[in-house]
Design a protein around this ligand. Structure first.
Ligand SMILES: [Zn+2]
Length: 112
């Protein structure tokens, strides 16, 4: 067995990986019925007076109304990251994020 080279991680491969992870997802915007595309977005959340950010995560973006639907596995990952950051008590530098437009987040609601 020969050692494989490190696979080149392209953004597309990354998205494909998530697509695989997410499995079959809704492709219709629950707000307007528009078409959803998997895109990379920045998530942000205020908890305990602190702003936590996670950049370049895949989420479904409505091509019609720009609404963002964050898949559950991604939200879990984001929340996990926040918990980790809380425990570490790390002060993250997010100053440069000002120029980036961060869109509002809506949880991807699954019908129960
Ligand atoms: Zn929409």
């Amino acid at each position: 067995m020969s050692g494989d080279d490190h696979a080149k991680k392209s953004k597309d491969e990354d998205l494909e990986r998530y697509k695989d992870l997410l499995g079959e997802a809704e492709e219709e915007c629950a707000a307007c019925g528009g078409r959803l595309e998997l895109e990379k977005v920045n998530l942000e959340d205020y908890q305990g007076g602190k702003l936590y950010m996670m950049e370049q995560v895949p989420a479904y973006v409505c091509q019609e109304c720009d609404e963002i639907w964050v898949p559950e596995p991604i939200m879990e990952e984001f929340e996990k990251m926040i918990e980790t950051a809380k425990r570490a008590g790390a002060h993250e530098k997010n100053e440069e994020s000002k120029e980036k437009s961060t869109r509002k987040i809506k949880r991807h609601k699954e019908g129960k």
